[in-house]
Design a binder for this molecule. Structure first.
Ligand SMILES: Nc1ncnc2c1ncn2[C@@H]1O[C@H](COP(=O)(O)OP(=O)(O)OP(=O)(O)O)[C@@H](O)[C@H]1O
Ligand SMILES: [Mg+2]
Length: 256
């Protein structure tokens, strides 16, 4: 099935300069007979303030899409650009795009508060301000008591909330989260997602979340489906989190 191009064009016109624009983007691993086409024919935009859940079965290309959007990986064909973020050099992308990974991502020798403050210090934020912003971000995630703990001394859910705080403290324009609740129990996952979405709204940041969980997808907003490396979007999707139009179903769709 071909990925639709019309919705992307509509989103560019109706909702401002997109933060991410994928144009027929593909990522192939390896060469020749052993080549694996992880994603192909990707045409989509992420407008400012969008709330998108990308769902699809294991191996359908969700993480690959997210890594391409984050600038952590490059397409082997087509183009991924960030017109709403200015010139797409790595430093600028890292400044404006926060990435939450599924597994542990904190630096083990640093406390929770130091983990949150470090990217701010790298950005040149003065130490006092970085510490204050780290404290505020941790408090927003309900972790004000745990700032002095090392990652080893945190539960998986607490560590993931610190990782979310680290992203939000930097006030990104786009948060890309790869199964951020995948390793958490249902209630903790629900809390992490709710705080992530709430804080992103306060910052007017767009959010794109990959997930296997239909409940998470419903909570986020617009749903995009991936199957066999292709992206299938709702027909009328403008990426803004508003009501979705009729969906093109795929065997990747997990919606009951
Ligand atoms: N480094 C790699 N080398 C070779 N193939 C890869 C590599 N990374 C991913 N792939 C392949 O690309 C395809 C898409 O993988 P991807 O990780 O994007 O899927 P996913 O939808 O995120 O899956 P999951 O839900 O299990 O996280 C899969 O077939 C995978 O095996
Ligand atoms: Mg994945």
């Amino acid at each position: 099935m071909d990925a639709p191009e019309t919705p992307a064009t509509t989103a560019v016109r109706d909702t401002g300069t997109p933060l991410v624009h994928c144009e027929n983007a593909a990522r192939t691993y390896g060469r020749g007979t052993g080549a694996v086409v992880a994603v192909h024919g990707l045409n989509c935009v992420v407008p400012p303030g969008a709330r998108i859940a990308v769902v699809g079965p294991s191996g359908s290309g969700k993480s690959t899409l997210l890594h391409l959007m984050a600038g952590l990986d490059s397409p082997t064909a087509g183009r991924v650009s960030h017109p709403g973020l200015g010139v797409g050099d790595a430093e600028r992308l890292a400044r404006h795009i926060g990435v939450v990974f599924q597994g542990p991502s904190l630096l083990p020798p640093l406390t929770a508060a130091e983990n949150v403050a470090l990217p701010l210090r790298i950005d040149g934020v003065p130490e006092d301000e970085a510490d204050t912003r780290a404290r505020v971000a941790l408090a927003r995630l309900g972790l004000e008591e745990l700032g002095r703990r090392l990652p080893d001394e945190l539960s998986a859910g607490q560590a993931q909330r610190v990782a979310v705080a680290r992203v939000l403290a930097r006030r990104p324009r786009l948060v890309l989260a790869d199964e951020p609740t995948g390793q958490l129990d249902r209630e903790t996952g629900r809390q992490v997602l709710s705080v992530l979405l709430g804080a992103a709204s306060e910052l007017s940041a767009a959010v794109l979340v990959t997930t296997h969980d239909p409940r998470v997808a419903r909570e986020v907003g617009v749903r995009w489906y991936m199957a066999d490396g292709r992206l299938i979007q709702p027909e009328s999707d403008d990426g803004t989190g508003g009501p979705a139009g009729p969906l093109r179903r795929s065997r990747g769709g997990e919606e009951p």
